[in-house]
Design a protein around this ligand. Structure first.
Ligand code: PBG
Length: 363
């Protein structure tokens, strides 16, 4: 029996043999007609390292830090590896982070419940824990860049970010903004580099900018939490600062001021407004479930963009790793990479320090 070897083979790959040979057809071994092969760019560790498009370096990370009045560090149960830090240890912690290449910290006070009131007046006490913490960091680690949270939730008995209206049914936007402006001036006086309004009241960025300038703090910047969503991923944070509802109580709803997770166009409106009102950086929060929002803002503004990988994002990876279901380091690194790839310049993350330690060890 005769059979031509070229039959059924792509042109160019045929073996030229006389058609009179009798033979068994060998298993198909000729290559596909595929000249573009992307796997060539993934073939070795060296090629992959050379062509990586996105990097996460410690300089891209901001470490959120919880501060306590107490003398000993207080581990936060729902945030493995995270503790509230005593004021006296805060400067050393920031210096340590700086040595690891982490320039920025975001400070959050755990306020003594006895100091909380419905209107959160402790926020305007010039010697409150938050302002003392800023002074402490500036004194002990002057190179650290301080982002100070501006919102009333650590100070209010109800845990809302603002002052409530007379009926107690909603936050009073304009009275809250008034308090936030004063809080921002105290924060700038204490020495913070950036105030970071996380409250989502309307008009607060413009009011804060004017208030800071009028008080002579033209050099203090504003990191605006522009697209902050009413997210269920904030749970462990509320444990850390003590603004969570007690067991059995319905979880707090901040839906009249924080954004609906369904809304993408509205996030763009918030960001445009904050930029017009004078924000220096814009933030998206949470990060991992909102990568599309980060990408949208990246493409519509030239302002630097921050993303907050929030407490619940951190906790879920730890919880799965504890069960042996996920590799903590690998998922941590991948989650941070994805946030940078989406377009964030800087990432607030509870993983910052651990990431930087591993980064240093890999060098
Ligand atoms: C409050 C504030 C929250 C976070 C940062 N600032 C919680 C909230 O809005 O209730 C959350 C951060 C996190 O979950 O890590 N102004």
């Amino acid at each position: 029996m005769t059979k031509c070897l070229t039959a059924g083979r792509p042109a160019g790959f045929a073996v030229a043999l006389p058609c009179s040979f009798t033979y068994l057809d060998p298993p198909m071994s000729a290559p596909l007609d595929q000249s573009v092969r992307l796997r060539r760019l993934r073939a070795t560790a060296g090629i992959r390292a050379m062509l990586g498009e996105t990097v996460v370096e410690p300089r891209h990370l901001i470490q959120p830090l919880f501060v306590t009045e107490g003398d000993v560090a207080e581990p936060v149960g729902s945030l493995p590896g995270v503790s509230r830090i005593p004021l006296a240890q805060l400067g050393a912690k920031c210096a340590e982070l700086l040595a690891l290449g982490i320039h920025g910290v975001a400070l959050f006070p755990k306020v003594d419940p006895a100091r909380k009131t419905a209107e959160g007046a402790e926020a305007l006490n010039p010697s409150n824990l938050a302002y003392r913490a800023i002074r402490e960091v500036k004194a002990k680690s002057p190179g650290t860049v301080i982002f100070a949270d501006i919102a009333l939730d650590p100070y209010t008995t109800h845990g809302h970010d603002g002052i409530l209206n007379a009926a107690g049914t909603d936050v009073d936007n304009d009275r809250t903004v008034e308090a936030l402006v004063k809080m921002s001036v105290f924060t700038a006086q204490a020495g913070a580099d950036f105030v970071a309004p996380s409250d989502m009241m309307d008009g607060r960025v413009q009011a804060i900018r004017k208030g800071l300038d009028a008080a002579g703090h033209t050099g203090t910047g504003i990191l605006a939490y522009s697209a902050k969503f009413a997210s269920a991923f904030y749970g462990p944070f509320r444990d850390a600062v003590g603004s969570a509802r007690k067991v059995g109580e319905a979880p707090i709803s901040k839906a009249t001021y924080q954004m609906n997770p369904a809304n993408r166009r509205e996030a763009a409106r918030e960001a445009i407004l904050d930029a017009e009102e004078g924000a220096d950086l814009l933030m998206v929060k949470p990060a991992g479930a909102y990568l599309d929002i980060i990408r949208d803002l990246r493409e519509s503004t030239n302002l630097p963009i921050a993303a907050y990988q929030v407490s619940g994002e951190y906790a879920q990876l730890h919880a799965a790793a504890e069960k042996g279901w996920l590799d903590l380091r690998a998922t941590r690194d991948e989650s941070l990479l994805a946030i940078r790839r989406a377009g964030a310049d800087v990432i607030l993350s509870y993983f910052a320090e651990a990431y930087a330690r591993d980064f240093a060890a890999r060098r």
